[in-house]
Design a protein around this ligand. Structure first.
Ligand code: ATP
Ligand code: MG
Length: 152
Protein backbone atom coordinates (compact mmCIF):
# COMPACT_ATOMS: atom_id res chain seq x y z
CA UNK A 1 0.00 0.00 0.00
CA UNK A 2 1.43 3.40 -0.98
CA UNK A 3 1.41 5.48 2.17
CA UNK A 4 1.95 9.22 2.67
CA UNK A 5 4.68 8.89 5.26
CA UNK A 6 4.28 12.37 6.71
CA UNK A 7 0.59 11.77 7.43
CA UNK A 8 1.48 8.37 8.79
CA UNK A 9 4.05 9.81 11.19
CA UNK A 10 1.73 12.62 12.30
CA UNK A 11 -0.82 10.05 13.40
CA UNK A 12 1.71 8.08 15.46
CA UNK A 13 3.05 11.26 17.09
CA UNK A 14 -0.47 12.43 17.90
CA UNK A 15 -1.23 9.12 19.61
CA UNK A 16 1.95 9.10 21.73
CA UNK A 17 2.11 12.78 22.66
CA UNK A 18 -0.03 12.41 25.83
CA UNK A 19 2.44 9.77 27.09
CA UNK A 20 5.35 12.18 26.60
CA UNK A 21 3.42 15.10 28.12
CA UNK A 22 2.84 13.11 31.29
CA UNK A 23 6.60 13.20 31.96
CA UNK A 24 7.15 16.67 30.50
CA UNK A 25 9.16 15.17 27.66
CA UNK A 26 9.33 17.37 24.59
CA UNK A 27 8.39 15.29 21.55
CA UNK A 28 9.33 17.05 18.32
CA UNK A 29 8.96 15.95 14.72
CA UNK A 30 10.56 17.19 11.53
CA UNK A 31 10.00 15.92 7.98
CA UNK A 32 11.82 16.70 4.76
CA UNK A 33 9.88 16.64 1.49
CA UNK A 34 6.95 14.53 0.34
CA UNK A 35 7.54 10.83 0.82
CA UNK A 36 5.39 7.94 -0.36
CA UNK A 37 6.35 4.37 0.45
CA UNK A 38 4.78 0.93 0.25
CA UNK A 39 4.53 -0.26 3.81
CA UNK A 40 2.20 -2.37 5.88
CA UNK A 41 0.59 0.44 7.89
CA UNK A 42 -0.52 -1.67 10.84
CA UNK A 43 2.82 -3.44 11.30
CA UNK A 44 4.88 -0.33 10.67
CA UNK A 45 2.85 1.65 13.20
CA UNK A 46 3.83 -0.93 15.79
CA UNK A 47 7.50 -0.81 14.77
CA UNK A 48 7.83 2.96 15.06
CA UNK A 49 5.58 3.26 18.13
CA UNK A 50 7.87 0.82 19.97
CA UNK A 51 10.86 3.07 19.30
CA UNK A 52 9.12 6.23 20.47
CA UNK A 53 7.62 4.48 23.51
CA UNK A 54 11.13 3.38 24.49
CA UNK A 55 12.33 6.94 24.00
CA UNK A 56 9.73 8.02 26.55
CA UNK A 57 10.18 5.09 28.95
CA UNK A 58 13.97 5.29 29.15
CA UNK A 59 14.11 9.08 29.28
CA UNK A 60 14.40 11.56 32.12
CA UNK A 61 11.52 13.78 33.21
CA UNK A 62 11.76 17.00 31.24
CA UNK A 63 13.86 15.34 28.52
CA UNK A 64 13.34 15.35 24.77
CA UNK A 65 12.70 13.07 21.82
CA UNK A 66 13.41 14.18 18.27
CA UNK A 67 11.78 12.24 15.47
CA UNK A 68 12.66 12.91 11.85
CA UNK A 69 11.61 11.61 8.44
CA UNK A 70 13.89 11.85 5.43
CA UNK A 71 14.43 10.17 2.07
CA UNK A 72 16.72 9.74 -0.90
CA UNK A 73 15.88 8.18 -4.28
CA UNK A 74 15.68 4.66 -2.91
CA UNK A 75 14.94 4.72 0.80
CA UNK A 76 13.19 6.59 3.53
CA UNK A 77 14.80 7.14 6.91
CA UNK A 78 13.17 7.55 10.29
CA UNK A 79 15.32 8.70 13.15
CA UNK A 80 14.25 8.58 16.80
CA UNK A 81 16.70 10.34 19.13
CA UNK A 82 16.22 10.72 22.87
CA UNK A 83 17.93 12.41 25.82
CA UNK A 84 17.49 9.35 28.03
CA UNK A 85 19.61 7.04 30.14
CA UNK A 86 21.38 5.47 27.17
CA UNK A 87 22.49 1.87 26.70
CA UNK A 88 25.80 0.48 28.04
CA UNK A 89 28.19 -0.61 25.30
CA UNK A 90 28.27 -4.24 26.42
CA UNK A 91 24.47 -4.45 26.21
CA UNK A 92 23.88 -2.82 22.87
CA UNK A 93 24.42 -5.99 20.83
CA UNK A 94 21.61 -7.73 22.74
CA UNK A 95 18.78 -5.20 22.76
CA UNK A 96 17.10 -6.65 19.66
CA UNK A 97 16.91 -10.12 21.24
CA UNK A 98 13.56 -11.29 22.54
CA UNK A 99 13.02 -10.72 26.29
CA UNK A 100 16.34 -8.90 26.70
CA UNK A 101 16.25 -5.90 29.04
CA UNK A 102 19.27 -3.92 30.23
CA UNK A 103 18.33 -3.18 33.82
CA UNK A 104 16.10 -5.95 35.19
CA UNK A 105 15.31 -4.10 38.43
CA UNK A 106 14.53 -0.76 36.87
CA UNK A 107 12.72 -2.43 33.98
CA UNK A 108 10.33 -4.03 36.44
CA UNK A 109 9.11 -0.57 37.42
CA UNK A 110 8.77 0.68 33.86
CA UNK A 111 6.92 -2.48 32.82
CA UNK A 112 7.12 -4.39 29.55
CA UNK A 113 8.37 -7.73 28.34
CA UNK A 114 11.53 -6.99 26.37
CA UNK A 115 9.81 -7.91 23.12
CA UNK A 116 9.41 -4.42 21.67
CA UNK A 117 12.68 -4.09 19.79
CA UNK A 118 12.62 -7.72 18.61
CA UNK A 119 9.21 -7.06 17.05
CA UNK A 120 10.37 -3.74 15.59
CA UNK A 121 13.42 -5.34 13.98
CA UNK A 122 11.37 -8.18 12.51
CA UNK A 123 8.94 -5.74 10.94
CA UNK A 124 11.79 -3.66 9.48
CA UNK A 125 13.38 -6.81 8.01
CA UNK A 126 9.99 -7.80 6.57
CA UNK A 127 10.13 -4.45 4.73
CA UNK A 128 13.69 -5.24 3.53
CA UNK A 129 15.08 -2.46 5.68
CA UNK A 130 17.68 -2.04 8.40
CA UNK A 131 17.74 -0.60 11.91
CA UNK A 132 20.77 0.86 13.64
CA UNK A 133 21.38 2.17 17.13
CA UNK A 134 23.87 4.61 18.55
CA UNK A 135 23.94 5.35 22.26
CA UNK A 136 25.91 7.29 24.82
CA UNK A 137 25.18 6.18 28.39
CA UNK A 138 23.86 9.07 30.46
CA UNK A 139 23.27 11.17 27.34
CA UNK A 140 20.82 9.40 25.09
CA UNK A 141 20.10 7.02 22.27
CA UNK A 142 19.40 7.31 18.55
CA UNK A 143 17.70 4.66 16.43
CA UNK A 144 17.85 4.99 12.65
CA UNK A 145 15.48 3.02 10.44
CA UNK A 146 16.11 2.73 6.69
CA UNK A 147 13.48 1.17 4.46
CA UNK A 148 13.29 0.98 0.64
CA UNK A 149 10.50 3.14 -0.78
CA UNK A 150 9.24 0.14 -2.77
CA UNK A 151 7.21 0.18 -6.00
CA UNK A 152 5.74 3.65 -6.45
P1 ATP B 1 8.53 -3.84 25.83
O1 ATP B 1 8.98 -3.05 24.64
O2 ATP B 1 8.24 -5.25 25.49
O3 ATP B 1 7.44 -3.15 26.56
P2 ATP B 1 11.13 -3.20 26.77
O4 ATP B 1 10.94 -1.75 26.41
O5 ATP B 1 11.91 -3.48 28.00
O6 ATP B 1 9.74 -3.92 26.88
P3 ATP B 1 12.52 -3.46 24.24
O7 ATP B 1 11.73 -2.36 23.66
O8 ATP B 1 12.77 -4.66 23.40
O9 ATP B 1 11.86 -3.99 25.59
O10 ATP B 1 13.94 -2.89 24.70
C1 ATP B 1 14.91 -3.78 25.26
C2 ATP B 1 15.75 -3.06 26.29
O11 ATP B 1 16.62 -2.14 25.61
C3 ATP B 1 14.97 -2.22 27.27
O12 ATP B 1 14.56 -2.97 28.40
C4 ATP B 1 15.98 -1.15 27.67
O13 ATP B 1 16.83 -1.64 28.66
C5 ATP B 1 16.79 -0.97 26.39
N1 ATP B 1 16.34 0.19 25.59
C6 ATP B 1 15.53 0.17 24.50
N2 ATP B 1 15.33 1.39 24.01
C7 ATP B 1 16.04 2.24 24.78
C8 ATP B 1 16.26 3.65 24.79
N3 ATP B 1 15.70 4.46 23.88
N4 ATP B 1 17.07 4.18 25.74
C9 ATP B 1 17.66 3.37 26.67
N5 ATP B 1 17.49 2.03 26.73
C10 ATP B 1 16.69 1.47 25.80
MG1 MG C 1 10.04 -1.30 24.50
Amino acid sequence: ESVDMDEFMDLILKRLRPLADKRSIQLSYESFGEIHASIDKVKFTLAISNLIENGIKYNVDGGWIKVSLNSDHKNFYIKVADSGVGIPEDCINHIFERFYRVDKARSRDTGGTGLGLAITKNIIILHKGTINVYSEPGKGTTFTVRVPLGEQ
